[in-house]
Write a protein that binds this ligand. Sequence first.
Ligand code: SIN
Length: 280
Amino acid sequence: MNAHSKIGLTVVPRENCGAEVLGIDLNNLSDSELVGVKKAYADYGVIFFRDQKITEDQHIAFAKKFGEIDINKFFPHIDGHREIAKVGKEKDQKTNIGGGWHTDHSYDRVPAMGSILVARILPPSGGDTLFANMVAAYDTLDDETRAAIANLNAVHSNSHVFGSKAYYNNEERKEFAKDEAVGEAVHPVAITHPLSGKKALYVNPGFVLRFEGQTIAQSQPLLHKLFAHAMNARFHTRFQWREGSIAFWDNRATWHYALNDYHGHERLMHRITIAGVALH
Ligand code: SIN
């Protein structure tokens, strides 16, 4: 028995969104601890770990306990491991990755289940990540809005983010301008979450352009109403990274937003994204 298994897994919910999972070593998870981690992930949508010492191989091994790895088509990968995407900002760069509310890979026909982000190099201060609870956002919609989205689908695209004419095609982020990898997908606006069975709002400002069967202009009023609702701070938590911190979020239950408030300092995170299931 290792020191951590004596302490046992403790799940401490955060206000509004997510939970901290304490008392475990991700490199030495017992079967019952793994069950506890999976339950916390399904229950809270994003879980946070502290004081972990995890190598790149161990990061991959942990991710594989939850499903197949979904290789990111745009981000650079670390040497020798295509499974691990580098989410970085050099000290002389201005644009960060993920600096707006979004959820990863929602533009894929089968959107990713979740992402495991490991802190590798942190700025002296700043660089926190915000998470938003999309189950709570759905639960608090008024009846009229719920009825309006009940049978609606949304078109998710990445062409305005990653293509050659897109947001990231600037001097700093040329590697993201891969037209061959851009695409779009249609998903329900309100989903039944595949793990928890709860209803969740599944549109995000980063990748959703419009509702299926409507133009962008026709979609704007309701789409903006949904975005404004979910942007309310009562659904959010702010995660402050430290050495050894790991966040594991479910892309179908949360949004996230990487704050870009540490110019002049480097920040490097390693991200593994895990494949999901079709949401229709
Ligand atoms: C991301 O959007 O995946 C990056 C989040 C972060 O760097 O905090």
